[in-house]
Design a protein around this ligand. Sequence first.
Ligand SMILES: C[S@@+](CC[C@H](N)C(=O)[O-])C[C@H]1O[C@@H](n2cnc3c(N)ncnc32)[C@H](O)[C@@H]1O
Length: 381
Amino acid sequence: MSLEQNTQLTPERFQQNLAKLSLEQRFLVVENLSESEKQRLSVDVNYTDGTQTFVTIPADNLRAKDIYIITDPLDYNESKADEARLLPVWRSEQAVYQEWGQQFIYKIIKEKLELGEKLTTVDVGCGSGISSLWLQSFCHNNPDLQVRNVVIDLSPRAVLATDKNARLNGWNDNQIEILLAKYSLDSMAPQSSDIIFLAPPYNPRPSIFSDTLTPHADGWNEEADENFIKQLETSMYHLAPGGVILINQMLPIERETREYWMNKYFGGYPDILVNNIKVYAPIDSQEFLDEVYPDEIVKLLSQYEQKELEQFKKRISDKYSHFSYNIFAIEKYPADITGYPATYKHYGEFTTTMFQKGSWQEDRIPLHREINRGMIKRRVK
Ligand SMILES: C[S@@+](CC[C@H](N)C(=O)[O-])C[C@H]1O[C@@H](n2cnc3c(N)ncnc32)[C@H](O)[C@@H]1O
């Protein structure tokens, strides 16, 4: 099978590539887009043939190449297999990566080009591969730039999706290394990685539900952020001087202040600049948990489980006042600048012409609600 390689793919060529793959290779359950979905994705989706969903990230002035991602639709329905809910692409988060995050990425790419050095990038929890494919598109018209683009996910479906999306965009194994693995200290050499994408999982649930939550969304525990802290530590260990970690994360918080973020998460690392931008305004934690565990789903549970869930909601909302959705770009100072405490720079809320400021109600809550619906339905089977 020969797929179109390394060229500007038009939707037509993309479609031809797709047709060359067997049905099994076409990894997604593809569905019609609903009207509301079209509207929600209207910025990013520019091609829909009525049966498949393509998210297109258009080339911008820094990149030569559009990229195309096949991914799961945003609105879910009861009949859809749970595994097919794994990889939605959100207009909000990815838009932030494109518009706000590119300044950090471009700076590093420019330096690497000037110095003639190799760029090493890691996409931790690649999902559909959207971040690493976007990164790869920066390299497209810079043939002199040597790149090692590593992609890691513990979900076989995510890895398969990234592999297919990479090939459909004309990239092969020499350009993108795709690993089915749990991200760990051994994933990369210390101080080796110039750009790290970190998008840890996120769905709040009581510990008794751990066995029925889809792995893609798991990672939560009663401490709420233990996994995030662990992944942060690991990526700090891999981060090269002069590099950046782009973090996309929802966390429960006790206060929304820079001191809080620095004391709790980032302050322990010297020589970093923490750039922060809000994707959404924080939401009251009780309100959020009530919305994502609505009565119609909760009533399916046994009385014991309902009680556990209620206690969990109470514990979390007593401890954390809000859930906060943030993007961070953690810049590590170059090797010759050391001995400085971590500093924090806040960019406010993300607003551009491209991104209509999202709301939790519209953008996040349906996702969590549907993940919980799937989790609870598997419990009562
Ligand atoms: C929130 S999704 C992000 C997907 C994608 N990066 C995006 O922005 O659309 C988190 C991904 O991380 C993966 N994941 C969770 N924990 C992981 C771990 N310890 N090691 C590797 N991948 C992990 C999940 O399987 C999932 O695909």
